[in-house]
Write a protein that binds this ligand. Structure first.
Ligand code: GDP
Ligand code: MG
Length: 673
């Protein structure tokens, strides 16, 4: 066996060139064997014959006729095949079944049907009918081979065979009336020539019409004509044994009808083609044979749909394998490492395009409705597989956008001056743009993919993040303002309390007023940069006022803690008792009225306690801070409670007693010298 050289098949060669150049013979295959089993080797032989990928670019011809009428001989001469021919010397039967091969130098599948001559020997015509069905379902041209002397024998075996062919045809093609035809090519063997071909063909044609008229036709097709389904062609061939050279020449001439499209008698017109793509031929043929064997109703449109479904699925899954391979490279970066693949959209589109293209290339030859349905199924499946990557990248983009936002804010807030609202606005705009642009890139056409909800979620994240950042900023600022207030308060409060006087509280409150107002001004100015609402601002201001007040109170408490207070009292007392008007230490003389001095100094000092005890707001009413649940303004005005005052009074009295004794002793000491 040998395969056909591709050069012999190119269409720019003249057909007869191909026949001359291609001297190899194609292997033959018994498609259906004696037990009527269908071969498994057809796909392999389609490859060997070089036709597996021919699409629609091939033709199919079968031969029919009584036993030993030279059918196989004719096919071998005409197509260069090697079908078995009965051995003249032994008159032994050739192997039964359906044989197939390919024409030499032509894209033609040639089918040889070997039956027993059931009719002539009265055997059942089962196989004849089956092979007729099979040939009609696959072949464009049926060669009907008969001896000249059989013409006109209306009751003969040939006519029975033709009746079978017609019946079978009606069964197969009833719904295709006029759309697809089959060519019946009558070859009259051992045509002597005394009766012209025209006469023979007229006789045959008349017989055919008679047979057709006698057929019982399916409902609705009662009036259909034989020409609705068939075209006819007639030719004669000389006696092969008596006129061997003439026979050869005639066969060579005849070949042109099968190979040369410009031949006026060219047989393979496109409307005869059964439209079985070559890559589905084996599936179709074996399916047909299976139907025939199971005696099921066989109609070609259904068979073509079944074939289309089967083949489209096969083609789709082959394309799918390549597709999955192509997109598997995306798995690690997108799904595992969380990376952004910059051209993911075009990569996905390319992989999908390639898969669909490869599907279309083969599948588009099949039944249009099925093909379109399967294509949509495939697209849906491809999209589903790709959507994993879409969703993955979207998630990664979301994360990246959040990081970008955070980085932007962080870096901007590090700068010496910034407007917080602007910082957030810019960060939001930049990150949203980044997300949208990249998300848009991965939304494929013909999908229902959308990034809207992810985008909405992202915006929520941004506003949450900026809310947090703003709260942080406000906290930071408030802290700074409080610090500022505290700084402004510390010195003056301390000074005022160390030099207690009637207007001491007014001085302190004035300082507080200034510090608080400074803080407020700063706050109001800065609040603008946070886009704070009026309510928020009011709340911040109130808070600052309260905090400032509490600071002041803490400062006062610190300054007037027991020991500090006693120190203040003592120093006031000493000032009055131990120093004279010039600020010089007193040296007590015996004539000095120590008791009177002492009493005056102590009373003056003790009088300070009630002054310290309560903040006097009489001149600063407007500073009153609003009370809250945890804070009572009125109560906060009290610095020292009644019992505390009493306690301090007693402690101070005891301390001052020591000074009194010391003064007394100093006199005794002086006088004793
Ligand atoms: P098939 O059974 O129809 O395939 O016939 P075969 O091709 O096996 O041929 C049967 C016999 O007829 C063989 O002995 C051939 O030599 C012989 N034969 C082939 N062609 C012709 C022909 O054109 N005329 C005559 N008379 N005999 C032929
Ligand atoms: Mg034969």
């Amino acid at each position: 066996s040998g395969s056909i050289a591709p050069a012999a098949l190119t269409s720019d060669h003249h057909p007869s060139d191909a026949w001359e150049q291609d001297t190899t013979t194609s292997p033959r295959l018994q498609v259906v064997d004696e037990k009527q089993d269908f071969t498994n080797d057809l796909p392999e032989y389609m490859e060997k014959w070089g036709l597996a990928h021919a699409g629609f670019d091939y033709n199919c011809v079968a031969v029919f006729g009584s036993q030993s009428t030279g059918k196989s001989t004719l096919l071998n001469r005409l197509f260069g095949t090697t079908f078995d021919v009965m051995d003249e010397t032994q008159r032994r039967q050739t192997t039964k079944g359906i044989w197939m091969s390919r024409g030499r130098g032509m894209r033609v599948l040639v089918m040889d049907v070997e039956g027993t001559d059931g009719r002539e020997r009265g055997e059942d015509q089962d196989f004849e009918r089956k092979s007729a069905l099979f040939s009609m379902a696959t072949s464009e041209v049926i060669i009907l081979n008969l001896w000249e002397h059989q013409v006109g024998l209306y009751q003969g075996a040939n006519m029975g065979l033709l009746k079978t062919v017609f019946e079978v045809n009606l069964q197969l093609f009833q719904s295709q009336r006029g759309k697809e035809k089959t060519l019946l090519f009558f070859v009259i063997r051992d045509h002597v020539g005394s009766t012209p071909l025209a006469n023979l063909s007229n006789t045959l044609q008349a017989d055919l019409e008679k047979i057709w008229a006698g057929l019982s036709k399916p409902e609705g097709l009662e009036n259909c004509k034989i020409q609705d389904y068939f075209d006819f062609m007639y030719t004669g061939l000389p006696h092969k044994v008596l006129l061997p050279e003439k026979f050869e020449t005639e066969v060579d001439n005849l070949r042109s009808r099968f190979t040369n499209p410009t031949d006026p008698n060219y047989v393979f017109h496109s409307n005869y083609h059964k439209r079985i793509p070559a890559d589905g031929f084996h599936v179709y043929a074996s399916g047909i044979w299976e139907q025939i064997m199971s005696n099921k109703d066989l109609d070609l449109p259904t068979q073509q749909e079944l074939l289309a479904q089967y083949r489209c699925d096969e083609i789709a899954s082959a394309a799918s394998v390549v597709f999955l391979e192509a997109i598997s490279a995306l798995k690690a970066p997108v799904l595992e490492k969380g990376q952004i693949v910059s051209d993911l959209g075009s990569q996905m589109a390319a992989a999908r395009e390639q898969a669909l293209k490869s599907f279309d290339k083969d599948a588009s030859r099949y039944h249009a409705g099925v093909y379109e349905k399967k294509r949509l199924e495939m697209l849906t499946k491809l999209n589903a597989q790709l959507s994993v990557y879409f969703v993955g990248q979207l998630r990664n983009l979301h994360k990246q956008a959040v990081l970008k936002f955070q980085d932007h804010v962080k870096n901007e807030l590090k700068k010496p001056s910034y407007n917080f609202a602007t910082v957030v606005e810019n960060a939001t705009a930049t990150s949203e743009k980044y997300f949208k642009e990249n998300a848009q890139e991965i939304v494929l056409q013909d999908t229902d993919w959308s990034y809207e909800s992810e985008f909405a979620q992202l915006k929520e994240d941004f506003s949450e993040l900026s809310g947090k950042a703003r709260a942080d900023e406000i906290r930071k600022m408030t802290k700074a303002l409080e610090k500022q207030v505290e700084n402004e308060l510390t010195e003056p409060v301390s000074m005022a309390l160390n030099n207690p006087s009637a207007d001491m509280w007014h001085k302190i409150l004035s300082t507080y007023r200034t510090a608080k107002e400074n803080g407020q001004d700063t706050l109001i100015k800065k609040a603008k940069s946070f886009n704070s609402s009026d309510d928020e601002l009011e709340e911040s201001v109130n808070n600052l006022v309260l905090q400032s007040w509490l600071l002041l109170r803490r400062k006062i408490d610190e300054e007037l803690a027991d020991s500090m207070l006693l120190l203040k009292l003592r120093s006031k007392f000493e000032e009055k008792f131990r120093y004279d008007d010039q600020g010089l230490p007193k040296v007590w003389k015996p004539e000095d009225d120590i008791d009177a001095y002492f009493k005056k100094a102590r009373d003056d000092t003790l009088a300070l306690i009630p002054l310290f005890a309560k903040i006097d707001t009489s001149q600063d009413d407007d500073l009153a801070v609003e009370s809250t649940e945890d804070f009572d303004y009125q109560r906060s005005l009290t610095v020292l409670g009644e019992s505390k005052q009493l306690d301090i009074t007693n402690r101070f009295k005891r301390e001052s007693d020591a000074f009194y004794l010391e003064a007394k002793r100093s006199i005794v000491a002086t006088t004793a010298k």
